[in-house]
Design a protein around this ligand. Structure first.
Ligand code: 5RP
Length: 776
């Protein structure tokens, strides 16, 4: 059917209706809209499908169910239209994004779909980052720093290839929910450029071009597929890619019967539910940020330029629509915290409005109470799966209302952090268009405006994805000449909340002086707690901890100690490693470094860092009290300098009694099994594996420690020990991937002599470590 034939479904005289469909995680919903005005002209009808969890972390749905449930929802929505003269002229569907399907040559599903939330491909995300480091296609993941999400198309495809080779071989097509359902309606297999740009590593502007002999796969990341050994993926994925709002084709006879709609009815291209929701909120102009609030907050800012940088996902070129780009930020726990707080405050019988009205009487800053909203880790601007929530400044005068308000404020501060992160990356944000649960609280809406300093806009229609689909259909069939005209005609603003001129500066002050500092201060403690609990994070699909990089001051410029310590602080290094050598334990006059006075001086210029002392000295017990007084946090003694096990245990007890953590450092030649009974004592919090002979920096990394590292990791797991493992010496960009399983990496020469800066050195090591662990 030609474009003209398809558009002929639009009546010149009668009232035209479009069907918007939203294929969500739990169910699929359909609703009819006036194609001119966007007014709802019937009921929204939902039909629920099942999700199967065959293994922990896996989530599957049956593509056949999507089709059956689509029929039920659409038939219900159409039957609910009261005006019998209505002329249905088009349909458009959005779906969950990256619910991946493998189809045979007849386009029949070969296996259940790997639902978007399915985390089985976590190991493949690491493989992609490792094998494809530097590939331009990966820049959309935090400027190339990753991590990559197991939700996305590439790791899921790779999982199928590696784990179900027979399915892979039989698969004529790999696609997703969106493409499968459009195929079932039209008989045409086409991808949506929004899904492809945001989740497939495709270039959203290029991929909509027709393939040519010279460029058979325009905008596709063929070099990425080659590096992964799956070049065939380029031809298994749909070879035609259309932007949202394009006409795909008309309903086939079977589809028309199934949906109870006319044969040939135009089907227009949709895309991911969240990003079609952006269109339903009218968020299509650079400078607009769409804030979807629910149990979490998702921030999508429309940008005129596709800047990319660390801590940001995107910007995705040509998405959601050609000519624009968008970048994402996110907070993992927001509405879920308010739900949780109501429960733990014993206020389940009290409605949210009452809790809000109590909180409204409390001044900004909650009279000294501040909370952190990173209960489930931090997504952006800093990705930290081990971040946790906090409530600081509690006093006996604080009430339920203070706590309620503190959590509301914490979520808004977190939003400000994400917005600032996006702005720093070059994505200006002038107004926030908000949807979801937070719009139900007047107080919270105003607080979002006051804390971020941006106007917050609420739209009339709260079903943004459904309306977004209707807008795309309406444009696709030609009722509106362009998407921005359709948006102008079909999206209506309900209210615009301006930041208060009085409260906004007050919040800026609180944000800068308190909130923005709390996260960094609490971070080492949160990490330690997470580690004690096994490093678990409920939003991380596979959570291994990215090691902390601890600069070793042995490599610094001794004549400028203060400036060197401040360089480490500026680099955000949460720890400093101080080598205390007395030229006796290590028999060399040059292995003679610092005493307690220097430790105190270092402490004075880095009050927040954790100070680890590597004590390679004769009779270390003599130094315990002095080093504690000087400000040390960990006292890591050298095992080979001790006379026997009794001395070791006595010293360990003395260190812990003095209020420091006790660590033990071993030479490359010392085997881990000699520590068995010492570790069983429970007194040891840190095991430092020296990868060089102690005494001097700049030596070559000794790979003998790799087996010892494995051994220690296993031992810790088997026996349920909670000590940290450090690797010390010869750590650089090349050796890091081999020791990324450690908790702390001590690096001197590499970071202090880094050609760009110490910060860059720390960042390089951290990135190299993260990309070699299953971090996200
Ligand atoms: O403990 C050490 C030597 O005993 C140093 O901390 C270690 O060598 C780190 O320095 P570099 O990164 O230069 O190898």
């Amino acid at each position: 059917s030609s474009s003209a034939q398809l558009k002929s479904f639009v009546s010149k005289t009668g009232s035209n209706v479009v069907i918007g469909v939203d294929g969500g995680t739990e169910s699929i919903r359909a609703c009819c809209f006036d194609a001119e005005t966007g007014a709802v002209v019937g009921k929204s009808c939902a039909s629920a499908y099942k999700t199967y969890h065959p293994q922990p972390g896996w989530a599957e749905q049956m593509p056949q169910d999507w089709w059956e449930n689509l029929g039920e929802a659409v038939r219900g929505a159409v039957a609910s239209i009261s005006d019998s003269d209505s002329n249905i002229c088009g349909i458009c569907i959005d779906t969950t994004c990256c619910s991946v399907v493998a189809l045979d040559a007849n386009k029949e599903p070969l296996r259940p779909s790997l639902l978007w939330m399915d985390a089985r491909s976590a190991a493949q995300t690491v493989e992609v980052m490792e094998k494809c480091k530097g590939d331009p296609a990966l820049e959309v993941n935090s400027g190339g720093n990753g991590p990559l999400s197991a939700e996305w198309m590439t790791p899921k495809s790779l999982w199928i290839r590696q784990n179900e080779p027979e399915i892979w071989d039989k698969a004529d097509t790999i696609c997703e929910y969106q493409d499968y359902i459009n195929y079932k309606m039209t008989g045409k297999m086409v991808a949506s450029s929004c899904n492809a740009a945001a989740r497939w590593h495709w270039d959203g502007e290029e991929c909509i071009n027709e393939s040519t002999e010279d460029d058979p796969f325009p905008g596709r990341p063929t070099s990425l597929y080659e590096k992964l050994g799956i070049p065939e993926l380029a031809s298994k994925l749909p070879t035609i890619c259309l932007p949202m709002g394009s006409l795909i084709g008309g309903l086939t006879e079977d589809a028309a019967e199934h949906l109870n709609l006319p044969v040939g009815l135009p089907v227009c291209q949709g895309g991911p539910d969240a990003f079609v929701g952006m269109i339903g909120l009218g968020c299509i102009y650079p400078g607009q940020l769409c804030l979807i609030t629910g149990s979490s907050h998702l921030h999508c800012v429309v940008s005129s330029l596709p800047h990319r940088s660390a801590g940001i996902w995107g910007a995705y070129r040509g998405a959601p629509l050609p000519g624009i780009n968008f970048a994402e930020g996110g907070q993992s726990s927001t509405g879920s915290i308010m739900f949780w707080a109501r429960k733990v405050l014993g206020a389940e019988e009290v409605d949210y409005a009452t809790l809000d009205s109590e909180a409204e009487k409390i001044p900004p800053g909650c009279e000294g109470l501040v909370a952190l909203e990173t209960f489930q880790g931090s997504r952006t601007p800093e990705t930290d799966a081990l971040a946790r929530g906090a409530l600081l400044g509690l006093s006996l005068s604080h009430t339920r209302a203070h706590i309620w308000r503190a959590f509301m404020e914490a979520v808004c501060y977190g939003t400000r952090g994400c917005v600032e992160g996006l702005e720093k990356a070059g994505h200006a944000c002038e107004e926030i268009i908000i949807a979801g649960g937070a719009t139900r609280s007047k107080l919270w809406l105003q607080m979002h405006a006051d804390v971020t300093g941006k106007p917050v806009v609420v739209c009339e229609n709260s079903e943004a994805p459904l309306l977004g689909s209707a807008i795309l259909a309406s444009y696709g069939v030609g009722v509106h000449g362009c998407i921005s005209d359709a948006v102008k005609a079909m999206v209506r603003t309900k209210m615009r909340v301006e930041p208060s001129s009085e409260l906004s500066p007050e919040y800026t002050n609180l944000y800068n002086s308190i909130y923005s500092k709390v996260g960094q201060c609490v971070k080492p403690i949160s990490h330690a707690i997470a580690r004690l609990r096994g490093g678990d994070s409920s939003y991380a699909s596979v959570s291994e901890i990215a090691p902390i990089i601890s600069p070793s001051l042995l490599a610094c410029d001794f004549a400028n100690m203060k400036a060197e310590v401040l360089r480490c602080v500026k680099a955000g290094a949460p720890r400093l490693h101080v080598d205390i050598f007395d030229s006796v334990a290590l028999d060399s006059p040059w292995a003679f470094t610092f005493g307690p006075q220097m430790v105190k001086a270092i402490r004075d210029c880095s009050p927040d860092a954790i100070l680890d002392l590597h004590m390679c000295v004769y009779k270390p017990a003599r130094f315990v009290d002095a080093m504690k007084e000087a400000g040390a946090d960990r006292f890591i003694f050298q095992f080979e300098a001790m006379a026997d096990e009794a001395e070791v245990l006595e010293l360990a007890k003395r260190i812990t009694d003095a209020g420091m953590k006790c660590g033990i450092s071993i030479n490359p030649a010392t085997s881990v099994s000699t520590l068995d009974s010492i570790l069983a004592s429970g007194l040891i919090s840190v095991v430092n594996l020296l990868a060089v002979e102690p005494g001097f920096g700049g030596q070559k990394f000794n790979t003998v420690i790799l087996v010892k590292l494995e051994h220690l990791v296993q031992l810790r797991q088997e026996k349920g020990y909670s000590f940290e493992i450090g690797v010390d010496g010869g750590v650089n960009e090349k050796t890091v991937p081999q020791v990324a399983k450690a908790d702390v990496l001590v690096a001197g020469t590499y970071v202090f002599r880094h050609p760009v800066s110490l910060s860059q050195g720390v960042m390089d090591l951290s990135t190299a470590a993260k990309s070699s662990t299953a971090y996200f």
